[in-house]
Design a protein around this ligand. Structure first.
Ligand SMILES: O=C[C@H](O)[C@@H](O)CC(=O)C(=O)O
Ligand SMILES: [Zn+2]
Length: 280
């Protein structure tokens, strides 16, 4: 079988207070997204957000429906965001091929029946990172290239949080039902993402960390602002952030990550910022 999935249920903030390291990791950390010629999915009950990875090496891989959807095809009631973090590849949607270079994205709306992923070369395979959420309306497919993204510079070297944020799938770039996705790259010499931290109880979020150099790691912080926990993360791993949780990280080097979120409203800036000196 080239498609694997697992289900993660939602946890309450009271429950998470008592989690040990293993339980925290098994509920929130997604360790194995990319395996050769496989499509791996994690279905979270937070906003029914699906996180996935596809690494087509020797064959094309189709996004088949999975049992929890009880739907004849994957996107019958869902929308999908794809960002390629590997070599050149293509996504074929109902017979139309979209070539995605490294760091290019594709939005695929509700109602598209057949989605197939492939790599241009098995020596430099594509790595497609996927986020999918329930959808109520069929919006058109749109490719988002590097020139289409909205770029924001954030932070400063003095506070070790200088970073470039790129908005790919937001409603000022593409029509979406609820999915929002983008990529943030920490500058050399800085380590912190999303600091000052924030929560948005309206939306859950998933971070996928990549471009972490060999031998380095990112310490991801979660939890209510006055009750934080940490999860040490390696390259190409993702972490689920409940709507009530901060989501921020500090690396032992610089790195990049893809953020994806879903829930109430499409206002990217709707965040409740936490005062750094009040975090516990
Ligand atoms: O709600 C927004 C998300 O948490 C990220 O876009 C934040 C982020 O990439 C950063 O500040 O570095
Ligand atoms: Zn956020």
């Amino acid at each position: 079988m080239s498609i694997n999935y697992e289900t993660r249920y939602a946890s309450s903030p009271q429950g998470v207070k008592a989690y040990d390291t293993n339980q925290l990791r098994s509920e929130f950390l997604i360790e194995n997204l990319f395996e050769s010629d496989k499509l791996n999915l994690v279905y979270s009950h937070y906003d029914r957000f699906i996180t996935g990875g596809v690494l087509p090496v020797n064959k094309a891989i189709e996004l088949l429906t999975i049992d929890p959807l009880k739907a004849p095809y994957f996107l019958e009631r869902r929308e999908l965001g794809i960002i390629n973090v590997g070599g050149t590849g293509s996504v074929t949607v109902d017979g139309t091929e979209y070539v995605l270079e490294n760091k290019e994205a594709l939005y695929v709306g509700q109602g598209n029946e057949k989605v197939v992923f492939s790599s241009k070369s098995s020596n430099s395979p594509a790595q497609f990172y996927l986020n999918s959420t329930p959808a109520h309306k069929a919006y058109p497919i749109k490719k988002i290239g590097i020139k289409d993204v909205e770029v924001i510079e954030l932070g400063a070297p003095e506070t070790a949080n200088a970073r470039t944020l790129r908005k790919y799938i937001v409603n000022s770039v593409v029509d979406v039902c609820q999915l929002q996705m983008g990529m943030t790259s920490i500058k050399q010499g800085s380590s912190w993402n999303t600091m000052p931290a924030h929560v948005h109880d309206r939306r859950m979020e998933v971070y996928f960390y990549f471009e972490i150099p060999e031998g380095q790691a990112v310490c991801h912080f979660m939890g209510q602002p006055q009750e934080t926990r940490h999860i040490w993360m390696g390259n190409n791993q993702a972490v689920i952030s409940p709507p009530w949780s901060i989501h921020s990280g500090s690396g032992t080097s610089n790195y990049s990550f893809i953020w994806g979120m879903a829930g109430e409203n499409l206002d990217y800036g709707d965040m409740d910022v936490c005062k750094i000196t009040e975090l516990k």
